[in-house]
Design a protein around this ligand. Structure first.
Ligand code: ADP
Ligand code: AMP
Length: 225
């Protein structure tokens, strides 16, 4: 089964993707996580990515498509796939379709998590992440057990450079302008069903709704190995 998980920044994609990947045995590939790992490695590409990311701008399509195609070939050929944060422009969606068509492995579904703008700003400004294992927390909604430390590996949690209110507003604007058209693209030009899930309720309720949708897609008989 191959799925795309979409939604505005802070909707809960990363939180939910980890849970769904585990429940359904899918490989979770997050473009944002892949880019942050590249930055942490200190590569030349990482330096280029940082300029766009810290300004709340989308990374240019050519770079994104190349990096994601490489990650999908390297990691994703054998098992089901859950793409998180990619594609984010129509050009990226077209490139993904072409890549999947070449491998004769089309998408089975597109999941869209929705969330209100004010909820999003509160979530993102309170987000803390583990720089080591990538686990995501929220200072109020999903706090770590011990103050500011990762429950899993004990590493000190950090706030992302782009998780400040001014940059969040920019990212939200870009989502509406550049990424919402991707939802229309899938509705109009793809056979994969587009399913919207309300992301405003607490995390466990959102997980349940998403899992119901994934089961529905998987049992529709169209999901392929
Ligand atoms: P995205 O990957 O879409 O940017 P995240 O999964 O990183 O979003 O979630 C953004 C922030 O909101 C994190 O701090 C996370 O702990 C918190 N969060 C995620 N889902 C919910 C929810 N349903 N209710 C409250 N907070 C949430
Ligand atoms: P995320 O972790 O999904 O919030 O992404 C963080 C940042 O990485 C975004 O604000 C963009 O700058 C960049 N990014 C991640 N995925 C993409 C993508 N598919 N296209 C363009 N830029 C991306």
């Amino acid at each position: 089964m191959r799925l795309v998980l979409m939604g505005p920044p802070g909707a809960g994609k990363g939180t939910q993707a980890k849970r769904l990947a585990e429940t359904f045995g899918l490989l979770h590939l997050s473009s944002g996580d892949i880019f942050r790992a590249e930055r942490a490695a200190g590569s030349e590409l990482g330096g280029k990515l940082a300029e766009y990311m810290d300004a709340g701008e989308l990374v240019p399509d050519e770079i994104v498509v190349e990096v994601m195609a490489r990650a999908m070939t390297r990691d994703g050929s054998q098992q089901g796939l859950l793409l998180d944060g990619f594609p984010r422009t129509v050009a990226q969606a077209e490139a993904l379709d072409a890549e999947l068509a070449r491998a004769d492995k089309p998408l089975d579904g597109v999941l869209v998590i929705t969330a209100d703008d004010d909820e999003i700003v509160g979530r993102i400004t309170g987000r803390r992440s583990c720089p080591d294992c990538g686990r995501v927390y929220h200072i109020r909604f999903m706090p770590p057990t011990s103050d500011e430390q990762c429950d899993d590996c004990g590493t000190k949690l950090v706030q992302r450079e782009d998780d400040v209110e001014s940059v969040v507003r920019q990212r939200l604007e870009n989502y509406k302008r550049q990424t919402e058209p991707v939802i229309r693209y899938y509705r109009e030009r793809s056979e994969a069903p587009v399913k919207e899930v309300d992301g405003n309720p607490p995390p466990d309720a959102v997980t349940e709704s998403l899992a119901d949708v994934v089961r529905e897609i998987s049992s529709s008989g169209e999901a392929k190995a």
